[in-house]
Design a binder for this molecule. Structure first.
Ligand code: PA5
Length: 480
């Protein structure tokens, strides 16, 4: 049975944009362009059209893929109580975001009691040796497996982390048993990881050639780790599938009913009118990784040819005590997009919803007027107060109202954002599916490291680094 009820819906409330900046006329003007961009996306006739496979994957492939993933996830659970997901960017952010949102925040302290599922750990998403060394320390406490995710198979961070972790497993369990503990998610026919997995006999899952990293959450990239962690991946896919049907329906081109198109139109209109930064404001520590996923989706998709909104994030109410002043009185070149979960939730032992009430403490601390109120109520009022204050400060805000934080609605919201991202990019005339800019640092790094094929640039790059006067400020104090 679906865990959403029919009267609940995802709402995008943009009242507090209109209050600050009259956007309605801009929306009316852009509507035809947005609808045309939707058609281009669905028909696969736009820029980067060899990477729009994700649009229909959710309907055509994801349900079958779930069936293939289920027994493998069960097998992993039978021998492992921890799984290290090795990947970076689109190859890990989606899984990590949903994992954080839908599993117990303190599960790692007592997995057998709080999660009863393998824990997920993350590697290959950085080059920090101390972090990796500490992960290896932690793995000694568990019986771990590895899921290595890389579409190209050639990305430095996951490739190096995989080498180290594979070595760790082989030292601990031997080569034969390690093979039972390593799973690869990669290009179906090409690339180093694909070749290596075939040679070593690791079970493999495909990332279709026509699906790019940041649009790959509903492929095995997200589904295998999340299934292992006990997230209801059927519901996640079902929510995303409904979002695809709603967003893509030929009959649903009105901005009043198509939230994906409405979001695309609002972002583009604000950007055109000099609001250059969009801050995604979440209201739970459990959603900070959702914001990281969103930043990658829009950051890599939007920023082309020195144009594009800068995607930022804030976690409220925490950041109201750090960034709050900027939101209220900083430069007026930004807008805020809030995620408001309309029903209180918590990932409870046995999935029972629990409410946190404010007790009568007899403290005379000035908060007696809130005795017996739910913390959720206090937060809701804080949200409303924040939106009003920001409107007074001339900061445009819109609010995603998500009925409940469960797998179905998360799937729905994530897919809606992917669709909106594609539409908004096409409406702006850019290619939302490539990321040529991320190659620049890699080329320099490879040249400096002497990677075959890049080495000839090494001397030139090093000379550039050393050329000219060094401009540095040296602290007064020295210590040996
Ligand atoms: O969105 C993207 O395409 C990137 O963020 C990639 O996911 C990231 O660079 C990792 O690439 P790969 O999966 O090839 O290792």
């Amino acid at each position: 049975m679906s865990s959403h009820s029919s009267e609940k819906r995802l709402v995008l409330d943009w009242t507090k944009i209109q209050d600050v900046f009259p956007i309605e006329s801009h929306l009316a003007q852009s509507h035809a362009g947005i609808v045309a961009a939707k058609k281009t996306l669905l028909e696969g006739t736009g820029k980067g059209n060899d990477y729009v496979g994700w649009v229909r994957y959710i309907a055509d492939e994801a349900p079958k893929m779930l069936e293939a993933i289920k027994p493998v996830a069960e097998n992993i659970c039978s021998h492992s109580d921890a799984v290290v997901v090795v990947g970076i960017g689109g190859s890990y952010l989606g899984a990590r975001a949903v994992y954080q949102a839908l599993t117990h925040a303190y599960g790692h302290l007592n997995p057998s009691e709080l999660t009863r599922r393998p824990l997920l750990f993350w590697a290959g998403n950085h080059m920090a040796s101390e972090e990796l060394a500490e992960l290896l320390d932690a793995l000694d406490l568990y019986s771990p497996s590895l899921v290595v995710v890389s579409k190209s198979g050639g990305t430095t961070e996951p490739a190096l982390a995989f080498r180290i972790l594979k070595g760790y497993l082989e030292d601990r369990f031997g080569k034969a048993e390690s093979k039972e503990r390593i799973f690869a998610i990669t290009d179906p026919s090409d690339g180093t990881l694909n070749r290596l997995a075939t040679a070593e006999g690791y079970p493999k899952f495909p990332i279709p050639k026509n699906v790019g990293g940041r649009y790959s959450l509903f492929t095995p990239v997200g589904l295998l780790p999340l299934a292992v962690a006990g997230v209801d991946v059927e519901q996640l896919v079902a929510g995303a599938l409904q979002a695809f049907e709603d967003a893509s329906s030929e009959k649903n081109n009105s901005l009043e009913t198509n939230v994906a198109l409405c979001y695309a139109a609002l972002r583009n209109a604000l950007y055109k009118n000099n609001f250059k930064i969009e801050a995604l404001c979440t209201w739970s520590p459990k959603l900070t990784m959702i914001a990281e996923w969103w930043k990658q989706l829009f950051g890599e998709s939007d920023a082309k040819g020195n144009t594009g909104l800068f995607p930022a994030s804030a976690s409220f109410t925490t950041d109201l005590h750090s960034m709050g002043q900027y939101f209220q009185e900083g430069e007026r070149h930004m807008f805020a997009t809030h995620i408001r979960v309309m029903d209180e939730y918590s990932i409870a032992k046995g999935c029972v919803k629990r409410k946190v009430r404010i007790p009568s403490a007899g403290l005379n601390d000035g908060f007696e007027f809130l005795t017996d109120r739910e913390l959720f109520y206090v937060q809701s009022e804080a949200q409303q107060g924040t939106l009003l204050a920001h409107a007074d400060g001339k900061l445009p805000s819109m609010v995603w109202e998500i009925p409940e934080l469960n797998a179905w609605w998360i799937g729905y919201w994530l897919y809606t954002n992917m669709f909106a991202c594609g539409v908004a990019g096409y409406a702006r005339g850019i290619n939302p599916f490539d990321q040529p800019g991320v190659e620049a640092y890699k080329n320099n790094m490879f040249a400096l490291l002497g990677k075959p094929g890049h080495a000839e640039r090494g001397a030139e790059i090093r000379a550039r680094l050393e050329r000219g006067q060094r401009l540095r400020s040296l602290g007064l104090t020295t210590r040996s």
